[in-house]
Design a protein around this ligand. Structure first.
Ligand code: HEM
Length: 460
């Protein structure tokens, strides 16, 4: 990333300790809708070149982009009760799951987070390891048979299979898997380009397609819930996330209504599957392009796993595999930005923020900022390990792929374990060769790599 220009103070700025966040080069705040929608990552990179706190307008929303890890920590952690998810995030939630954990605020969010947390305890997550490995080993076989693999699609099928096979203890047949995928694809189209700025009443094709796909998804989710009610809801020990949702009781004795259960399911299907799918895609693509990393990973796999597939017990020793995943999440964070809105007018980093401004915490840009990272665009898993660990002087929030504070990713442990085990299982069984040499990721619901084709051969 280019070096940061100094911020220009406007002559009308208020007291020296608090002034409005500057627009790029001190110009009046301009409407940046086109740049923001056309290429969100490039747009963010350009904003980051103007400073650590930069104001701009897009789609009629006043945004303030933040690229300073210390300020990210204030917003997400130290002063988290002064910020809410905000209108931009809620508008997105309204499209798919208004009552989903990722979108609710205040007491409703706190209550639901507490209720769902038991499905994500280390003990629960640990019990998923074997399923994660077994489903990945099946995928490895079918990828070999295909030879040339559409990695984005194949990773998506695998992570959906793992998610529903663990958290929901279900087997989604191909048809149902397709319903989930079609809804998520339609959502990507719905929130990009014209459809995003078209007035609510204007029925663009993307909006119509999105509504049809969401209806299909709703019908499928209703069927899943009916099937589970028929087969019986497990309490306590054997409970999965679906049981937890259906049996959940709030402290006042009330339960989640059908709409709430549906919204949580849709949220978890989306948040838990797309994110890990793109993370796995980037991880394998990076691995396929770096033979030194591959050799070091192979040596670790041989030493730790021998000729068996990995298991939960191996995880503490799969240090390098974990570092490969960590480094891929640094270079290509699936959640490339986090949004917050101040509950009241406040001050952040010496800048006045008003309650109608939406903060964009620039994960992608901070993860590649040369102030915190040596050779920031290079894929160097070893930077996370032993002698080569260069993290001493780095602020904690220079790296936050899973967010931070009370609203950090509830699936973080699940995702890290899944990605490490999937990487180890796939690398033990397969060789990868890039067909797609260059990626140009785009800012969709997640950081979308586009089509990624690789050649897969068996190592046997
Ligand atoms: C590599 C994979 C993943 C990444 C990078 C990721 C990233 C994130 C981030 C950055 C947040 C915080 C957003 C914010 O503060 O505004 C978040 C929240 C969330 N994530 Fe993940 N996530 C991943 C996997 C998962 C998985 C596997 C699940 C579920 C099984 C999941 C479920 C959620 C939910 C429900 C929230 C909302 C939590 C709340 O607001 O209390 N995520 N995720």
């Amino acid at each position: 990333m280019a070096e940061h220009h100094s911020l220009q103070e406007s002559p009308q700025s208020g007291p020296p300790t608090a002034r409005s966040p500057p627009a790029p080069d001190g110009l009046p705040v301009l409407d940046h809708t086109i740049g923001f929608l056309r290429d969100g990552i490039d747009f963010g990179n350009r904003m980051a070149n103007h400073g650590d706190v930069v104001a701009f307008d897009a789609m009629g929303i006043p945004f303030v982009a933040v690229y300073d890890p210390a300020l990210v920590q204030q917003v997400l952690v130290d002063r988290s009760d002064e910020f809410r998810k905000g209108d931009y995030e809620t508008a997105f939630g309204d499209l798919i799951a208004p009552d989903g954990l990722a979108f609710t605020e205040g007491e409703q969010w706190r209550r639901d987070r507490q209720l769902l947390q038991p499905a994500f305890t280390p003990r629960h997550i640990q019990s998923f390891a074997d399923t994660m490995v077994a489903r990945t080993a099946d995928a490895a076989e079918s990828w070999t048979a295909e030879g040339i693999v559409d990695l984005r699609q194949a990773a998506s099928d695998l992570t959906l299979d793992i998610l529903v096979g663990t958290l929901f203890d279900l087997d989604l047949d191909a048809e149902r898997g397709q319903v989930v995928q079609a809804a998520l694809d339609a959502l990507d189209d719905r929130i990009s380009g014209l459809s995003m700025v078209a007035p609510g009443w204007l029925p663009t094709p993307a909006k119509r397609r999105f509504e049809r796909r969401m209806t299909d998804l709703d019908e499928m989710v209703d069927a899943l819930i009916r099937e589970r009610r028929r087969s019986g809801i497990e309490a306590e020990a054997g409970a999965d996330l679906l049981d937890t949702l259906l049996a959940a009781e709030y402290p006042d004795g009330s339960t989640m209504d059908a709409e709430q259960v549906r919204d949580q399911l849709v949220t978890f299907l989306g948040a838990g599957h797309e994110t890990t799918a793109v993370a796995l895609t980037y991880t394998l693509w990076l691995l396929a392009g770096d033979s030194a990393v591959r050799d070091r990973l192979d040596a670790e796999l041989e030493a730790v796993c021998g000729d068996a597939d990995p298991s939960f017990a191996d995880l503490p020793d799969l240090e390098y595999a974990e570092a490969v995943v960590k480094e891929a999440l640094r270079l290509y964070p699936p959640v490339y930005a986090i949004y917050r809105q101040p509950i009241e007018d406040t001050i952040l980093g010496g800048y006045e923020l008003s309650a109608d401004q939406t903060l964009v915490l620039g994960t992608y840009q901070i993860h590649r900022d040369s102030r915190w990272w040596d050779d920031p665009d290079a894929f160097r898993p070893a930077r996370w390990l032993g002698d080569e660990d260069d993290s001493q002087d780095r602020p904690e929030y220079a790296y936050f792929p899973f967010g931070g504070g009370p609203r950090h990713c509830i699936g973080m442990r699940f995702a890290r374990m899944e990605l490490t085990l999937a990487l180890a299982t796939l690398a033990r069984n397969l060789e990868f060769k890039r067909i797609t040499e260059n990626l140009s990721p785009s800012a969709e619901v997640t950081l979308d790599p586009g089509e990624v084709r690789i050649r897969v051969t068996s190592r046997e």
